[in-house]
Design a protein around this ligand. Sequence first.
Ligand code: AMP
Ligand code: MG
Length: 415
Amino acid sequence: MSQATLAYADALRIVLAASSKAPVENVPISACIGRILAAPVISAADLPPFDNSAMDGFALRGHSIVPAGTELDIEGEQAAGDGIAQARNGAWEIMTGARLPDGLDRVIPVEQTERVSSTRVRLLANVEAGQNVRTAGSDVSFDENVLATGTMLQPQHVMLLAALGVPSVPVAERPRVAVLCTGRELVDDATQALAPGQIRNSNGPFLAARLPLAGAQVVHVETVGDDATAFEAALRRALDAGAKIIITSGAVSMGRYDFVPQALERIGAQTLFHKVAIRPGKPLLFAKLPGDVLLFGLPGNPIAVAVGLRFFVEPALRLMFGLPQETPLRVPLSKPYSKKPRLRFHLKSRLHIDTQGRLAVEVLDGQESYRIRPLSEANAWAVVPADVDALLAGALVDVHGLGHLEFPLPCEGAA
Ligand code: AMP
Ligand code: MG
């Protein structure tokens, strides 16, 4: 095991090399929101499935323009849901969405017509071929690639899938994740009064809330005291629950009760790194357990946990989902910012619209890793690289969403 402090990029490379693509499962479209498509969706139908009217009006036919003033017999009526009808030479009263009677090729809106009698209509405007007709396949044609692999499925995709009659989609399985919090100071029960020296466990609930939004499935959550034996027993329960990723909080620093590294050694885990040149969360540990289970040992400070999840676990999830690594937004700082060099900083930040209507990012006050409240006011992470120490207002910084699925913007030049 290397004790040297790694650069973030090197640590991330190790995490990604240890991660592998998730298996694929089929889910009904009613349960696909937030899931990542594992294969393209190819249309097996035309959309619309038949030529139909875009207007309430009269359907008719002609060789070229049918001129204003033309009078036609009304041959029939066609409403949405009506089946095949055979037109002769006259007009058909037609409703929006109704199948065009065979032989007709254009529709004039009802407002541009005048009833001459109960059986005759006069056109008040010229009507061109194809006018107000939604042709079969004009939205989607048969055998088209309509959704790409890697699409994070959203309600608008469900609309398309439902319209095409796709009952289920292949998506990446949600990795099974266990959350283990360590610390004898922790209290889980919100109704329990705190004894002197105790604090409430906020990392466990945070991770359990954030992981499903990142696409993972939380299969086990447990809190243990600063007790290596209890921790090992909890690890076994996490593995028994089928966890493929274990996230621990606390006990990875240099303190007397920081027993996670030794406990991992005892169970035969391979620690791939311990300590990364980042703030917060420098003592972060990454290990591989027998059975290719990944363990992220996050330092206990709440913001170190949030950063560990966002910048180590979530990139691994992206690889598992077959997603490319993220390209951050580049956004101007609303105020100058300075920091120590040598560490890459992850900053609780707020993306906002400035008075000129332009996107800007504010690094929030209270960046210490114990301070939870600024994170609750944040809507993004600003990241300042290790070698940068001072930035002027207006300087561009990398900005990431609070979660990796939060800004699903296409990148120019990406495949
Ligand atoms: P540790 O990494 O165990 O030394 O913990 C670092 C700091 O994070 C200490 O102030 C702990 O009390 C705090 N801490 C550890 N675990 C949690 C937790 N689950 N929720 C909130 N704070 C925690
Ligand atoms: Mg602790």
